[in-house]
Design a protein. Structure first.
Ligand SMILES: Nc1ncnc2c1ncn2[C@@H]1O[C@H](COP(=O)(O)OP(=O)(O)OP(=O)(O)O)[C@@H](O)[C@H]1O
Ligand SMILES: [Mg+2]
Length: 310
């Protein structure tokens, strides 16, 4: 266990933003913190980093109590904050150099580390460009370069892909995988479940300051009772089909939404076969069909009754 959090509580005046969070993070994993706006993801991260004082609970990193060994621990930890952490009026290289110095790097070691961080984030050719003139994707990458210059063992990343185009986003997700393959443990917050599904081994889902589910993505999907969802269009007789479908074994619900049938199937391997057999026997002809498997969004919906994003 590289990080162990027990009973973490963080209040802003009398508002409890983090309400008794327990987390165990394994060395070498990419761990996701998923939750809607205001769930307490950033607050959790900031308390783990020692940037906010905890009201209750304990945090251990590398087996050591954070409150007693904060200085030592922080040297091996990097943080990509949700907001930009660089100086807008400085060049990329000056920004990364600044962060390298903060972590005690000097001389040749510093120069080498700065170059590596800028190369890794694809900014070396633009190293003399002023940060404020950079595109959204480049700013996000510069934010990462500043956080990894000292080669941390653990990297905290708070929504590092917000506000950028899909290509830059994929680029960042790929670089996270590479850093992880090189041994870095990564804690990643987002409210995009697609990102979690793309890179994370395990995930904690947060809502109202609490962890409401924790496990691998498959474990979480297996844990809910919802099955596949089917969108079905028939060539004709859609309205009469609704009652036939509703009565089929393995169907939980069927709604006609502007001529497209939205069907909720039971969590059962055979439910689709049974339904299609029944439709064909009753001489309904199928025009189109798409199937949606349950995902982390479905897990969140089942646990909270609401969507991750509005
Ligand atoms: N400095 C602060 N003072 C008072 N309340 C705060 C402060 N920072 C956060 N909060 C509140 O604490 C709750 C959790 O906020 P937090 O920023 O941790 O959520 P989040 O999950 O990171 O959300 P987002 O996805 O929007 O970044 C929210 O209700 C927020 O309004
Ligand atoms: Mg946040």
């Amino acid at each position: 266990m590289i990080i162990e959090v027990t009973g973490l509580v963080k209040k802003y005046k009398d508002y409890t933003a983090v309400n008794g969070v327990d987390l165990s993070i394994n060395e070498g994993e990419i761990f996701g913190l998923l939750g809607p706006n205001g769930a307490g993801k950033s607050t959790t991260m900031n308390t783990l980093l020692g940037l906010l004082r905890v009201n209750d609970g304990t945090v251990k990193m590398f087996g050591k109590d954070f409150s007693k060994h904060a200085r030592e621990i922080k040297r091996s930890v990097g943080y990509v904050p949700q907001d930009y952490a660089f100086f807008e009026t400085l060049s990329a290289i000056d920004n990364v150099t600044y962060w390298g110095k903060l972590y005690g790097l000097r001389g040749e070691k510093l120069d080498k580390a700065v170059q590596e961080a800028l190369e890794f984030t694809g900014l070396w050719d633009r190293r003399n460009g002023i940060a404020k003139t950079f595109s959204g994707g480049m700013k996000r990458r510069l934010n990462i370069a500043c956080a990894i210059v000292h080669k941390p063992r653990i990297l905290f990343m708070d929504e590092p892909t917000v506000g950028i185009d899909p290509q830059s986003r994929n680029n960042i997700l790929e670089s996270i995988k590479i850093m992880n393959q090189n041994g870095m443990t990564i804690i990643y917050t987002t409210h995009y479940m697609e990102e979690i599904e793309a890179i994370c081994e395990r995930v904690a889902i947060m809502d109202f300051g609490k962890v409401i589910a924790l496990g691998s993505i498959e474990e979480l999907i297996d844990s809910i009772s919802t099955g596949n969802r089917l969108s079905l269009e028939l060539i004709s007789n859609t309205e009469t089909a609704v009652s036939v479908i509703e009565k089929t074994d393995g169907v939980n619900a069927c709604n006609n939404i502007n001529g497209v049938l939205d069907i909720h199937l039971e969590k059962n391997e055979r439910s689709l076969t049974v339904l299609l057999e029944n439709l064909i026997q009753n001489e309904y002809e199928i025009k189109s069909m798409t199937m949606e498997k349950p995902n982390l969004e479905t897990v969140f919906l089942q646990l909270t009754g609401k969507k991750l994003r509005d």
